[in-house]
Design a protein around this ligand. Structure first.
Ligand code: FEO
Length: 408
């Protein structure tokens, strides 16, 4: 018996847990794995919703064979062709040559990009709102372009009120037994859900919020995304998470301090800021050495907290090489609704602090706190006093109250 979990009498999860891959999209670490969720609908017509990553298949095809129990596979709905879902499509077509692939106009372009010999006669295009009748189950489709690819769409089972949301409402972290929100400790998924959102979908917050508006009229009993846990009990929770993250609304008060330091001087400034923030009453403070922590974890915490200090030493008249990609991603993703403090270090013409300031100037919705502090080599007593003032100003914003300067 291969493990396929029942969602309803006629709908099963037939996904794969990938605990082996080191990274997602070949750059984001997967210390807790990831699942590729695929679903089987057993009806007069048999149907699979989304496939799995090529090479991760494990028992995937055996599960399909077991669920089919000798019947033909009639449909595969491709909500999104990124290879973590569409990767196994060519094998599915080879094994089940009579299958019809369901997607939208843009899906076909993507399928052909990844499978140059794809037989278009196997493809059935659907338009938004069209109904695919499987017998008992009636499926319809909601396009969600740029969440996070142009062809992305969700499939809604009108009969059993299941939203197959693909990447929307997804998460890193493999499924360790329990599939549903009421079978797992949700808190253990929150950080990996945010890390997934902020790094994969985070650039498309406007589109995410629009999708949430679009589905708000549907009666949804289950949300079945293509990664991570399935939702049936506290559906509002996952919708609220994504709705807030899509609008750059932080989860809780707190401050991220991220720095790049070659010789330890910018690191000293980060440590001082952390101590000063705590002295002024800020409780959630996360300090990251950008050379030690993968940026995906730092980006995730930047989504979590409203306060952000970025510090960089100068490297060849520019940002430190470990800070630059973080700033690039924040700018590319359009980070908003954050308070930013700037600090760093130079020995001659600088470049670190200037690079952060350029990012701040180019970013709408980021409020710079106080005056950037730029030390020359080992920070001076005066630099530490300037940092203390930056911390006080940040604490005022985060705690939303007036805070007096400490006596020297
Ligand atoms: Fe899970 Fe965009 O693929």
């Amino acid at each position: 018996m291969y493990f396929s979990a029942k969602i309803t009498e006629t709908v099963s999860w037939i996904g794969i847990n990938d605990r082996k891959s080191d990274s997602f999209e070949n750059y984001i670490p997967l210390p807790k794995g990831v699942s590729y969720n695929s679903y089987f609908i057993n009806d007069e017509k048999t149907c699979i919703i989304d496939a799995v990553e090529f090479g991760s298949e494990g028992n995937y095809f055996k599960k399909i064979r077991q669920n089919l129990n000798g019947r033909p596979l009639d449909y595969v709905v491709i909500n999104h062709m990124e290879p973590d879902h569409g990767g196994a499509l060519s094998d599915l077509i080879t094994i089940y040559p009579e299958v019809t692939i369901i997607g939208n106009k843009k899906t076909l372009t993507m399928i052909k990009a990844f499978n140059h010999n794809f037989d278009e006669s196997r493809f059935q295009e659907v338009v938004e709102g069209e109904i695919l009748d499987l017998g008992y189950h009636k499926l319809t489709f909601a396009f969600m372009a740029m969440v996070h690819w142009p062809e992305s769409m969700a499939t809604y089972d009108i009969t059993e009120k299941i939203l197959f949301s693909n990447d929307a409402f997804g998460s890193f972290k493999s499924l360790d037994g329990g599939l549903f929100d009421d079978e797992v400790d949700i808190a253990s998924f929150e950080n990996e859900m945010r890390r997934y959102y902020s790094n994969i979908v985070g650039k498309y917050g406007v589109q995410v919020v629009n999708v949430i508006k679009k589905i708000s009229t549907l009666d949804i009993q289950f949300i079945c995304p293509s990664h991570g846990i399935l939702w049936r009990t506290d559906i509002k929770k996952v919708i609220n998470f994504f709705n807030n993250w899509g609008q750059f609304i932080p989860d809780e008060p707190g401050v991220v301090i991220v720095y790049g330091s070659m010789y330890g001087n910018t690191a000293k400034m980060a440590e001082a800021l952390g101590t000063d923030l705590a002295t002024y009453g800020v409780k959630n403070i996360k300090i990251f050495d950008a050379s030690k922590t993968d940026s995906s974890f730092i980006i995730s915490d930047i989504w979590k907290y409203q306060g952000l200090f970025i510090g960089s030493c100068s490297h060849n008249n520019a940002l430190y090489p470990k800070i630059e990609p973080i700033i690039f991603k924040l700018q590319n993703y359009g980070l908003k609704n954050r308070y930013l403090g700037i600090f760093g270090n130079k020995l001659w013409s600088g470049g670190g602090v200037r690079g952060i300031q350029n990012f701040a100037d180019a970013s709408k919705g980021i409020e710079v706190i106080g005056t950037p502090v730029e030390a020359i080599g080992d920070p001076t007593f005066e630099n530490y006093k300037e940092l203390e003032e930056l911390a006080r100003l940040m604490a005022e914003k985060i705690l939303n109250k007036k805070i007096e300067k400490l006596e020297s």
